[in-house]
Ligand binder design. Structure first.
Ligand SMILES: [Zn+2]
Length: 533
């Protein structure tokens, strides 16, 4: 039996751009659309040309998207104007985009309140607009805004709206849950009824996530007949976002209910790039990736409890619904307070450290980790610091540069500027090297003192030259003046791999310094720098 195709329609660059704090540049749009066409989405909605310079510029010079169909978004014609004379529609017609997705009303309440026109006038807007694009050989889709709310209130009119567009020759009728308040059972029921009038192969779903049901609603709609899903990468979108394609794509491809009956254009080997794709969008937006994201989050396959870990080491299926590599993610064994030896062993294994589990050093490491967690360390996200600690205890790490002392000061200048200065004494091969630096804060000054004087640290210079700090996070662990500070640092180098280190202290500068030194030491270890004599 041949499988039915589900079309993936990406609207990250149009509906996703409505997210608070998201402002794509033309360059971002180009980069993202290339990544999405590489992934293999069927349609890519690039924006609303003619309404803003950014989208117009993007459509004027849109990148080559291979077999992904570039789609331009717009709105049905203005009331009291012919479709031919509507400048908004002309702007869409004039783009190179082969497909047009036009939003229009299908809820009589909106026709009356928002547009202030008659139901009949709204149908004319839909009919005339559809006619224009079909006459001009564009692939035409009608986004029926608020379709589900409209159907609940006046099913006959909601159906009339979409039938009008379909009868003119629309390729797709997209049923939108614009307010995101419809529940899966309602979606299933309504789509089944609608598919008696419009074949499922011409129906799409556009779900918003206001009740955390956008993914469930999209899947239910497929089971009830629709064959196109609209969504965004990482569920970007206004309010609570749109249906998340990063979850929908693996669900359609890897879960039997769907994979036995349906197929998508995105092949299995491309599904393995989903984690990368999700993080790439975060990187473009300069956002921290959601650790708890389904499928692609750093915690999606992380195991913490001792019992879970020992079972996972026997067979990962015990606590994993899919193999992480199928979506390009990795299993992560977390060391925690509940950790038993099996956690430690799994983690040592991951770093290629060979040691017998009954070796007293393993117990020593476990005790050390527990003691450190008690004072506020958390090695959950600090792989590099954990690896250093383990290798040091096992005796695999030589001494690298030693910081004998440091001095940090903060000054308020007469012009109200606040400056910080740091002086660090470093010992390399018995020689004391003094590095000084300034910065906008004490930690910045400390970091600058070491890294802007990197050519002074003798044999270690060449290893530390390309070290870069990418992220710095401070967390206060308990309130009051006796608060403990936990600092995490993400570092990277010219090889592009990043590592995470941690420092804990009642003093924020000391905590930062510990995380910073771990980062330097990890880099020296990783690059096989010689020992300090
Ligand atoms: Zn929307």
């Amino acid at each position: 039996m041949s499988k039915e195709k589900i079309y993936i329609f990406d609207t990250t660059l149009r509906d996703g751009a409505q997210t608070e704090g998201v402002n794509f540049s033309v360059d971002d749009k180009n980069k993202i659309s290339k990544a999405l066409s590489k992934l293999g989405v069927d349609y890519l909605e690039g924006g609303w040309p003619g309404t803003n310079t950014l989208d117009t510029t993007f459509f004027n010079n849109s990148p080559d998207l291979g077999d992904t169909i570039l789609t331009a978004f717009g709105m049905t014609k203005k009331t009291g104007r012919s479709a031919e004379n509507d400048p908004g529609l002309s702007a869409l017609l004039n783009t190179q985009a082969p497909a047009i997705c036009l939003v229009g009303k299908s809820w009589d309440f909106h026709v009356d309140v928002a547009l202030g026109i008659t139901n009949k006038e709204n149908l004319e807007k839909i009919r005339d607009s559809a006619k224009l694009f079909i006459k001009n050989k564009k692939e035409f889709m009608f986004d029926a805004e608020h379709f589900f709310d409209g159907y609940k209130q006046n099913p006959e009119y909601a159906l009339n709206c979409i039938k009008t567009a379909f009868d003119e020759g629309a390729r797709w009728i997209v049923l939108c849950d614009t307010n995101g308040g419809t529940l899966p059972n309602e979606v299933g029921e309504i789509v089944s009824k609608v598919s008696k009038f419009i074949p499922g192969k011409n129906l799409g779903i556009h779900a918003h996530n206001d009740t955390e049901n956008a993914v469930a609603n999209s899947l239910t709609a497929v089971l009830a007949g629709v064959r196109q899903i609209q969504g965004t990468i990482n569920g970007l979108g206004e309010r609570c976002g749109n249906a998340n394609l990063i979850s929908l794509i693996p669900l359609l491809s890897l879960k039997k209910t769907f994979s036995d009956n349906f197929e998508i254009k995105i092949k299995k080997e491309k599904i393995k790039t989903l984690t990368e794709c999700s993080r790439f969008l975060d990187e473009v937006l300069n956002r921290t990736s959601d650790r708890r994201a389904a499928f692609v989050g750093a915690s999606a396959f992380a195991h913490k409890g001792g019992l879970h870990v020992s079972a996972v080491s026997k067979n990962p299926k015990t606590y994993e619904h899919i193999e992480p590599s199928l979506v390009g993610n990795v299993r992560n064994i977390i060391i925690s307070d509940q950790a038993g030896k099996s956690n430690i062993m799994s983690r040592l294994n991951k770093y290629g450290i060979k040691i017998d589990k009954n070796d007293p050093k393993v117990q020593k490491l476990l005790n050390e980790v527990k003691d450190r967690e008690f004072v506020g360390y958390s090695y959950d996200g600090a792989d590099a610091s954990f690896e250093l600690l383990a290798r040091r205890l096992i005796g695999e790490i030589p001494k690298y540069l030693i910081i004998s002392k440091y001095d940090v000061s903060v000054k308020k200048e007469t012009n109200n500027e606040i400056n910080s200065f740091a002086k660090v004494h470093i010992i390399v091969d018995g020689q004391e090297i003094i590095c000084e630096g300034s910065g906008n804060g004490p930690v910045n000054a400390l970091d600058n003192a070491i890294r802007s004087n990197v050519e002074k640290v003798g044999k270690y210079s060449k290893y530390l030259k390309d070290l870069k700090l990418v992220d710095y996070k401070v967390r206060i662990l308990n309130t009051g003046t006796n608060a403990t500070t936990r600092v995490s640092i993400e570092s990277t180098d010219s090889k592009g791999k990043s590592w995470f280190t941690i420092g804990v202290s009642p003093n924020i500068i000391d905590a930062s310094f510990k995380a910073l030194i771990d980062s330097l030491h990890y880099k020296l270890y990783k690059d096989k720098a010689p020992a300090n004599n």
